[in-house]
Design a protein around this ligand. Structure first.
Ligand SMILES: Cc1ncc(COP(=O)(O)O)c(C=O)c1O
Length: 398
């Protein structure tokens, strides 16, 4: 059976991580991996998470099954965190969240639900989008196409081109939107642009699929969710996939949520029943531990405050790094590259370097990034800013 399988090439990011570890140069910088890092290059367990985890372990009476929909307290609290407790979709009970194994699990659940409708819509993703969107959605059997999104030279959103494409899509198609902190570019829509997108979605009867994996890491908890909230307020139907990996630092616990919004409470309940059936057929039920931690944090005012403070500190650190890198790049590159870095949000930016430029940065300067020029801003040390700007300047120029 298995002798027919050929070994697959290594995942480029894992290959980059391995090459970084093997590099013995005294000065080396890893901008490849997609996790938050503090000023010591570490990804620590948040103090609020540690405290909640201890409480969960101390109080837990049983390890019996939780059910395919996961922890209902988590589902309700996370739905409110993303949409706000007074959102019309929440108060009218037209939205339901179901726990999933990470944002990836949520994205896949949503894809399977789209397939289960029988409508077989095409899903339109931004060009570029997070690489894993492609297998997560297409392996469920959905067809993918892309819409214009990012202008590499200026680092801005190609908004007119994006809107024009969306305005030409057939009714019933699905549009995948990054809720905030666009991965891999860091270029986000303004609220005004979200409004225009929402209007086109409504007019063309398109179904938004919002992926929000970095809430709180761009502008703040509330501001980062504004696009998703606006969409859920404008259109009758939507999917929203949420990840707790980055903002709670729970990467390996696999915590996420898929929200489904429909025109009525009854339809939402029906969709949720399909989601539970889909979950049962893939992994039966999601892991409990991380979701129990999140539920504990969000149901305790003191822990919520502590978590929000830690999240604010992560965001502030990245904004500070962006400002410092922008100032340094203004000396070594053109003004557009420098201002793009400052204006983009979240963990990632995409530099206008060629694949050969990225190779040169790795070989000559020991700076590791994916060959499309994506950098993880949190991977930069403040003391390495000038070195990085010089090196990037040598491959981009003025
Ligand atoms: C855009 C985007 N969506 C979803 C995810 C899902 O992450 P996870 O499955 O680790 O929660 C990620 C993680 O990198 C991401 O960048």
């Amino acid at each position: 059976m298995f002798e027919k399988l050929q070994a697959l090439p290594e995942d480029p990011i894992l290959g980059l991580m391995a090459a970084f570890r093997a590099d013995t140069a005294p000065r080396k910088i890893d901008l490849g991996v997609g996790v938050y890092k503090d000023e010591h290059g570490k990804t620590p367990v948040l103090a609020a998470v540690r405290a909640a985890e201890q409480a969960v372990l101390a109080e837990q009476q049983t390890k019996t099954y939780v059910g395919p929909g996961g922890n209902e307290q988590f589902n309700a609290l996370m739905t409110e965190l993303v949409l706000g407790s007074s959102h019309s979709a929440v108060t009218s009970r037209r939205v339901r969240g179901i726990q999933a194994p990470g944002g990836c699990g949520a994205l896949r659940l949503g894809a399977e639900l789209l397939v289960a409708t029988g409508a077989r819509p095409t899903v339109h993703v931004s060009d570029p989008t997070w690489a894993n969107h492609v297998p997560l959605l297409s392996n469920a059997g959905l067809k993918l196409e892309s819409y214009p999104y990012f202008d590499r030279p200026t680092g801005k959103v190609r908004f007119e081109a994006m809107l024009e494409r969306l305005d030409a899509l057939p009714a019933g198609d699905v549009v995948l939107l990054h809720g905030c902190c666009h991965n891999p570019t860091g270029a986000d829509l303004s609220l005004e642009q979200w409004r225009k997108v929402a209007d086109v979605l409504l007019k063309r009867r398109l179904v938004p699929y919002v992926d929000i994996a970095y809430q709180g890491l761009g502008e703040g908890i509330e501001a980062d969710a504004e696009g998703a909230r606006l969409i859920a307020n404008t259109v009758p139907e939507a999917l929203i996939a949420v990840s707790c990996s980055k903002n709670f630092g729970l990467y390996r616990e696999r915590v996420g949520l898929l929200m489904v919004l429909t025109e009525s409470e009854q339809q939402t309940n029906a969709a949720a029943s399909h989601l539970r059936k889909i979950a049962r057929g893939i992994y039966s039920m999601p892991p409990d531990h991380g979701a129990a931690i999140v539920a504990r944090i969000l149901s305790d005012a003191q822990l919520t405050k502590e978590w929000r403070n830690e999240l604010d500190a992560m965001r502030e650190r990245m904004l500070k790094l962006r400002r410092a890198l922008s100032v340094a790049l203004a000396r070594t590159c053109n003004a557009e590259v420098a201002s793009a870095i400052e204006n983009q949000r979240g963990m990632f930016s995409m530099l206008p370097v060629t694949p050969e430029g990225a190779d040169k940065l790795r070989e000559q300067y020991h700076i590791y990034m994916t060959r499309d020029g994506r950098i993880n801003v949190a991977g930069i040390g403040l003391d390495a800013i000038d070195y990085l700007a010089e090196a990037v300047g040598s491959v981009i120029g003025r």
